[in-house]
Design a protein around this ligand. Structure first.
Ligand code: FAD
Length: 474
């Protein structure tokens, strides 16, 4: 009997738990992906992200062909399409991997019910995390952690699963079988343009499993050993740039973990090992935010701290526009926003700087920034993005200390030669480094380069923010 494996955020064939289980059930396995129109119709779709995802789908389709099988691509509403296709193909069971997002949880439950009504089983697995929600709970009262550090300690101690079993040859569907599902919404793989998005710039990571694995190996053979320090400098390629692959599950998390353990074995230096552990901590941040989203779905729609609902934001539209376009007159902020707009990716240090600037200097609701990031980021992910924004806005679970970044000290420390600023804000690239990193560009010089004066005063805004913050705390 045949089975369906429904791909969502696991666009790969290797180290895929649900897919591996489906294969153990039957080698007459067909892969299915549904371009969910509800998701495509939202106004937070990023052209770079769609482009990357479609590239990964093409790669996945080829992987299926190499195994002798098929990946069928549909467009529409999965709660209707999955049960209809399962019915038409007369499969025993539909397999997939779970997701933590509130939307996906609801959708998946609807699919389970619709399958049940037709007498078809469903089997779901946790695949994208090393530890599923509920596996890491506080010792004192078996509750989800709300603070990262104790979560990390307990997460690290838990045993991690091995790489999932590889697939063998697949048995393909017959022409006749495929014909039965042809009118249920099957499409040829579209381009981003077909879907109404255009993206011409190079992507930070090539789509597909092979590219993600190569990047993982490259990172774990070299950059990981200096990660702790190098990751802070946006002008240096010191991080893995694997975030799009993590977002779409183009690389298996157990494989990633194994790669870090191998890097650990390949060195005897305590310092190098500390660097590896720092990267492992980032993997744990990703898991932490996903666990938080799973247990506290209300995070997706508002501040975790209720008192923040009354915070008096300025929400100045012009300031927001200037921030989006990288025209605030703060060189490090502008550089970062232009990197985002031009490449669909932004360095983590800069994500923290611009998020702090939007919320604490422009006093604009963090949700505006969260949405703008989703509209641009190749790795835009509800849990990580929301986690990052609530952390920066101090509206999240762990608001202490009150985080206010000073753009000038950040640039002085992390872009000391102004390399990153020069790259992304070319109109000021010939000015003295001192001007670039302090942001104190004499008005005449700024004017002759066509660069703006700062749209707000950091010191004054910081005082203002603290005043308003005090009011909600009382
Ligand atoms: P590396 O430094 O190589 O880290 C490895 C992986 O660990 C990343 O690919 C990512 O999957 C995970 N990771 C690292 N840092 C974090 C973190 N703070 N939170 C969660 N996961 C992390 N990351 C996203 O993947 N999607 C987002 O939409 C996103 N939005 C963010 C918004 C804000 C305001 C902030 C402050 C951070 C955000 N991050 C987001 C986290 C982080 O900036 C990116 O994961 C990282 O810059 C990606 O680059 P990298 O792959 O080279 O990371």
């Amino acid at each position: 009997n045949s089975v369906i494996f429904w791909h969502r955020r696991d666009l790969r064939v290797s180290d895929n738990i649900g897919l591996s289980k489906a294969y153990q059930h039957s080698s007459k396995l067909v892969g299915l992906f549904c371009l969910d129109t509800d998701i495509l119709n939202q106004d937070n779709v990023a052209p770079a992200r769609i482009t990357y995802m479609l590239g990964c789908l093409q790669d996945l389709r080829e992987s299926y062909q190499q195994l002798g099988g098929q990946l069928l691509i549909f467009q529409g509403n999965p709660t209707q399409i999955i049960p209809q296709v399962a019915d038409a193909l007369k499969v025993d069971c539909v397999f997939w991997n779970n997701d933590v997002e509130p939307y996906s949880k609801k959708r998946d439950n609807q699919v389970i019910e619709a399958l049940q009504e037709r007498g078809i089983h469903s089997q779901t697995y946790w695949d994208q995390l090393l530890h599923a929600p509920g596996d890491i709970l506080t010792k004192s009262n078996n509750a989800p952690y709300k603070v990262y550090t104790p979560f990390w300690r307990s997460w690290l101690k838990e045993e991690k699963a091995n790489i999932a079993q590889a697939l063998g040859k697949l048995e393909s569907l017959s022409e006749e079988e495929i014909n039965t599902v042809k009118n249920l919404g099957i499409i040829d793989l579209p381009t981003a343009k077909d879907l109404g998005y255009s993206w011409d710039a190079p992507l930070i990571l090539e789509p597909g499993e092979t590219a993600a694995k190569e990047q993982l190996n490259y990172f774990c053979d070299s950059l990981i050993y200096n990660y702790q320090e190098q990751r802070n400098y946006p002008g240096i390629n010191g991080t893995s740039t694997l975030s799009p692959a993590f977002k779409f599950g183009v690389i298996g998390i157990r494989e990633v973990w194994q790669a870090t353990l191998s890097a650990y074995e390949n060195t005897y230096s305590d310092e190098a090992r500390e660097n590896i552990q720092t990267w492992q901590q980032e993997i744990a941040w990703r898991e932490f935010y996903q666990h938080c989203m799973y247990f506290f779905p209300e995070l997706a729609t508002g501040p975790y701290r209720q008192e923040f609902k009354d915070f008096s934001w300025d929400n100045n539209e012009q300031h927001f526009q200037a921030w989006c376009e990288g025209k605030t007159g703060y060189p490090i902020v502008d550089a970062a926003m232009r990197q985002l707009n031009e490449t669909g990716w932004m360095h983590n240090r800069c994500r923290m700087i611009v998020a702090s600037f939007l919320t604490k200097d422009l006093i604009i609701n963090w949700q505006w920034g969260e949405k703008y990031f989703m509209q641009k980021l190749i790795d835009g992910d509800l849990s990580a993005n929301n986690g990052g924004w609530q952390w920066s806005a101090s509206s999240g679970m762990d608001p202490k200390p009150l985080r206010i970044f000073n753009p000038a000290s950040q640039a002085q420390k992390y872009d000391p030669d102004g390399e990153y600023i020069r790259l992304w804000v070319p109109e000021i690239s010939s000015l003295d480094t001192e001007y670039l990193v302090t942001g104190k560009i004499p008005p005449l010089e700024a004017h002759s380069c066509g660069y703006l004066q700062p749209i707000v005063d950091h010191k004054q805004q910081q005082r203002e923010f603290k005043e308003r913050y005090k009011q909600i705390k009382n």
